[in-house]
Design a binder for this molecule. Structure first.
Ligand code: NDP
Ligand SMILES: O=C(O)C1=N[C@H](C(=O)O)C[C@H](O)C1
Length: 233
């Protein structure tokens, strides 16, 4: 497979290593807006750039019928629009707030736990994410997906907010520490005890492998997808 890396920073470089080990060719390493020329005729674009650039990068690829695997977080208000562009151009788009297998299993566990806990209001729910100090967005995309998973299953909540849980708003503490690759916890705390589920990434390799597996999976497909389609269907 010919892969264009749109965003060649910390993630782009690890994705390159993983993709080459799996026999793929890297045909573009871009830290600028993609064009038909600099994309160099890829089978897929893997987009890990920054919140300001991501929508435009995906738009350009999709309008040229290049499928996009997008891992950039912090631009989600524009997701419905990019999904419309994917369909209108008969192309394919897959967004994942987190591409690691472990986190996608954690997402499923989080939803099951939220469904179980919805009948026990004595437990206060709180989310926490910890990331490296270079991270541009807060809360993390992964924490937002976790919050959405709880809101979907527990009618006590209808929105998320930064900081502490209050009334119908589920709280997310976003902490920034040194070089932490990504740690996410969900706490259910009562007066007498606490239940905690936690995912800790040791490095970025799991995110990169998931993105390459998604790029392999999307070949020949049309429409909008998520990692649930790749891993669990
Ligand atoms: N979904 C997932 O599993 C994961 C998602 N992420 C997300 O991926 C994104 C990137 O993370 P990370 O690699 O750590 O960040 P980095 O800052 O290390 O890399 C981002 C790269 O994008 C480049 N860039 C800047 N402007 C553009 C543009 N217009 N078009 C293309 N590239 C551009 C930057 O170049 P320059 O430095 O020259 O500005 C930089 O090299 C973040 O949003 C992060 O949250 C991260 C890990 C896992
Ligand atoms: O910026 C990062 O590094 C990460 N971003 C993603 C997010 O916002 O959830 C995924 C992972 O946690 C690392």
């Amino acid at each position: 497979m010919r892969i264009a890396l749109v965003g060649y920073g910390k993630m782009g470089k690890i994705i390159e290593e993983v993709a080459q080990k799996r026999g793929h060719s890297i045909v573009a390493q871009l830290n600028e807006t993609p064009t038909l020329e600099n994309l160099n005729n890829p089978d897929v674009a893997i987009e890990f750039s920054n919140p300001e650039a991501s929508f435009e990068n995906s738009r350009i690829c999709l309008q040229n019928q290049i499928p996009v695997i997008c891992g950039t977080t912090g631009w989600l208000d524009q997701k419905p629009e990019i999904e419309k562009i994917a369909v209108e151009n008969n192309s394919a788009f897959l967004y994942g707030s987190n591409f690691s297998l472990g986190v996608n299993l954690f997402f499923a566990l989080n939803e099951k736990l939220a469904d179980l806990m919805k009948n026990f209001p004595e437990y206060q729910v709180q989310l926490e994410e910890i990331h490296h100090t270079h991270k541009k967005d807060a809360p993390s995309g992964t924490a937002i997906t976790l919050a959405e998973g709880i809101i979907k299953n527990d009618p006590r909540f209808d929105a998320w907010k930064l900081e502490e849980t209050k009334d119908h708003q589920l709280g997310i503490f976003a902490l920034r520490e040194d070089e932490v690759p990504g740690t996410h916890s969900v706490f259910y705390k009562s007066d007498v005890d606490e239940i905690e589920i936690k995912h800790t990434a040791f490095n970025r390799n799991g995110f990169a492998l998931g993105a390459v597996i998604a790029a392999e999976w999307i070949q020949g497909k049309k429409g909008n997808f998520s990692m649930k389609d790749v891993l669990f269907n």
